[in-house]
Design a binder for this molecule. Sequence first.
Ligand code: FE2
Ligand code: FE2
Length: 191
Amino acid sequence: MELNLEAQKAQFLDICRTCIHREGIEDLLAWLQKADFFTAPASTKYHGSYAGGLCQHSLDVYEQAKRLAFLLPTPPSEESLAVAALFHDLCKVNMYKTEKRNQKINGTWQEVPCYVIEEKFHFGGHGAKSVFLVQQFMKLHTDEAAAINCHMGFSDGNASVVRDVSNAYTQFPLAWLIHVADEAATYLLDR
Ligand SMILES: [Fe+2]
Ligand SMILES: [Fe+2]
């Protein structure tokens, strides 16, 4: 998967600077540029497993959230939608590395590059880690924090967590929106 990484990065930064006017946003963007956000994959072998996949997936979730926002009783602000969608997967920053593995291609074994997880910051929660990382630089509104924290939906499997995620979706429609936008980007759009 070949992407124009510079164009994708410019698009991401432009949306952030147009929609988000909050103290700390430039510090957050500086960190993203210093880290591997703009070159990282979105997963090792599922959606967006290519260089730039994480940024592309974040932009896809933003586009899907904008497209589906009409379903909410009150549309979220442009700023909250951008914050929750664009930063929901920051937990994946600095989390992948490349390795070589053997793969049989046309009957012969060849070494091919692949992504593997090398977690350097264990936090004990996917969405929770993203919330923490954003808030190292910029304060989140309550509904944005719930949206980022609960974007994985009910996949945790623990009954009390499932009940609380369900209640969060009722209390904060933005949280439900980011969850369905994430699913749409993952299952309908992935290249
Ligand atoms: Fe995620
Ligand atoms: Fe995601």
